[in-house]
Write a protein that binds this ligand. Sequence first.
Ligand code: NAP
Length: 261
Amino acid sequence: MTTHRILILGGTTEARQMAGKLAARADISVMLSLAGRTENPAAQGVPVRVGGFGGAGGLAAYLRQNKIDLLIDATHPYAARISANAAEAARMTGVPIVALRRPGWEAVEGDRWMLVDTVASAVTALGSVPRRVFLALGRQEVAAFKAGPQHHYLIRSVDPVEPRLAVPDATYLLARGPFREVDEHALLLQHHIEVVVSKNSGGEATYGKIAAARALGIEVVMIRRPALPDVTSAETVESLAAMVDHFLVGHVLGPAAERGV
Ligand code: NAP
């Protein structure tokens, strides 16, 4: 039986689920790639490699050396650089690419969203009057808020924010999602939060704070998604798994060895 070699660029729950689904197949060999940002990543249950490739060229070399037949970009919607590198590496090598693109959240009645394009504009959007702000962002983005030292910040992250944010008033919370709406509701009340800063991550795992903010009439500064490369994509693990199956069963993909890479 031919074994098809698939590289999944991960760092998301869906990537882990996708990898588990494909690893269960006898005709597929899966490698899951993580950037190495999280100190103790959740157990993935499949073979994992960790760390950057060294740009699009490095990723292309990896695809060639490991005779990868299909590249799956299942990274977070805000991880724009690796997605761009993946599209470029696929173009350079001729290895097919499919992306898993979770749809963004849409504002519904009762939501008080202020849309901004960047983290820096989110800081500006908080205004000059001191407010109690919940930062539900990655620890890399938090540093930008030193430009708004007049606010009180509740900062939640998976790993400790080091160095601490250079503002006089910040509270730190270590937690890993998923987060339920009922708990987010309690958290916003407990800390007297007046505004939430969020990415439009999509999916269920982190929607609780958005629903809780709506219920409490709290404003959300929503950072818009970055532009991502235009590649074939699916919105769910199930639909992507079905596409992979179509590629393999229909022999649209030959193994890398047959393509001479
Ligand atoms: P990024 O800005 O798009 O990528 C920066 C660099 O990190 C890339 O150029 C690449 O280095 C390396 N990299 C990123 N993802 C990788 C992966 N899966 N495997 C190997 N190398 C990877 O990414 P980011 O926003 O820092 O996110 C890093 C990781 O965290 C991603 O895997 C993403 O799925 C996950 N994540 C991100 C967010 C977010 O909000 N950004 C949220 C949840 C999870 P080289 O150029 O050296 O190859």
